[in-house]
Design a protein around this ligand. Sequence first.
Ligand code: NAD
Length: 488
Amino acid sequence: MATKNAEYRQLIGGEWVSGGDGTYDIINPANEKVVAQAPEASAGDVAAAAAAAAEAFPAWSRTTPQERAELLAAAGRELAKRTPDLIPLVISETGATSSVGSLMQIPVAISRFERYARGAMEDLSRPLPPQPIGSTPLAAGALMGGLARKVPVGVVACIAPYNFPTTSMVGKIAPALAVGCTVVMKPAPQDPLCVIELAKILEDVGFPKGVVNIVTGGQASVGANLVSDPNVDMVSFTGSSAVGSMIVAAGAPTMKRQLHELGGKGACIVAEDADIDKAVAGIASVWAFHSGQICTAPTRVIVHRSRYDELVTRLAGAARALKVGDPLDASTQVGPVISALQKSRILGHIENGVAEGAELVVDGRDTGMDSGFYVGPTLLAGCNNTMSPVREEIFGPVVVVVPFDTEEEGIAIANDSDYGLFSYVFSQDTPRAFEIAKQIRSGRVGINSVQTHHETPFGGFKLSGIGRDGGSWGLDAYTEWQSIIWPS
Ligand code: NAD
């Protein structure tokens, strides 16, 4: 069983089992205290989970869309009921502020269950017009009928990053289960507790044994063993580009289907006619929204030189006005980052920027907090596109600013990046912004807003990933085409 007051276990083939390699501590990033122990999966646990998912697949893939829709809707309802217990838990394991925790960590997961309950009923098949085929040595001529149908891929290994553990995992399992796949969930080492609770909810609402499994662990070997398991047909991975590349290589020998949502370095072009209020509000989300631990954040500001001084001054004011502190304090806008390791990586990026000549306009390195992994809003201006904090993903509350002179130069700087996940254009001339957006090599481009649209395809160019999910593309991602052909 997995409840807040009991030992956390893994769900494998309908049984709650302890970690074959023991347990490890989950640390609260806000105060460095131990929240609970999570199971450390052994290689045997991982193999058993993949085998259980494979055994459950034939029956689950033959359930009706209606049955799957009802279970997914029930999961959303049950998650909503348990939200009051889960929000404090997810805040304690992620360090999310009260507002990010209560608005984004669980409610978005609920809406994803609702969306893919409806998605289970979407017919993705395509009937094709009859095709006359003449006689050949192969067979007599006929008018051939054809149907292209979408079938579930099979067993999906769902591997998630640490920032939005439940939301991210439900973004994978809800569409996968909707189309008839079975899943093995592997949450991030830092924050698996809410996802274990999610597994309990899925069991309680009646998902059959083996359809949903979970393994957890502090070691990279847990994910690595899952990715190379012969029972796994597809890997749905969200995380860093470095780990994504390893997974692509590990999946190659068994030709696993792969969906990769990887790192980002969101370019944010601020044109000379931009509404600066809107641009500042959007860019400040890098600091105020989960301490910049967001793959889609507009971290790389590319501003027309005529607006550079004004924008940097306004951003500096916005950064200094944000309150850093305990995530449980309702007035806190910037909470901790996930770990001591992540904090030291972020500080390293800031120091590299300074050493390479960037101007440290707002320095968030010392927040004055006694414990916890805090980094304050940081603004590095006067950057150019060769500097490492401009090129590398930081995944923390750090904004870099690069000036440009012509539109072509601004677009070239935006595209001169290893990443292409979510970029932004701020210009009051929206047709012009639209033309700029079309030239950016990025899976999504926002105009005059950092808001999202859940029904659009989501994914990256270049090192930001392979494949797309979001809306009905999520259903597409977990299916394969099968053609059925007959003489009419
Ligand atoms: P990470 O790559 O370190 O870890 C992600 C997951 O991979 C974890 O569950 C980890 O245990 C697992 N893992 C590690 N080594 C593995 C291996 N060899 N084989 C299989 N699994 C392995 O990422 P993180 O630090 O948790 O998250 C931050 C990264 O995630 C950032 O790069 C961020 O941009 C990215 N991210 C991307 C999106 C997106 O939608 N594109 C969303 C959120 C986060």
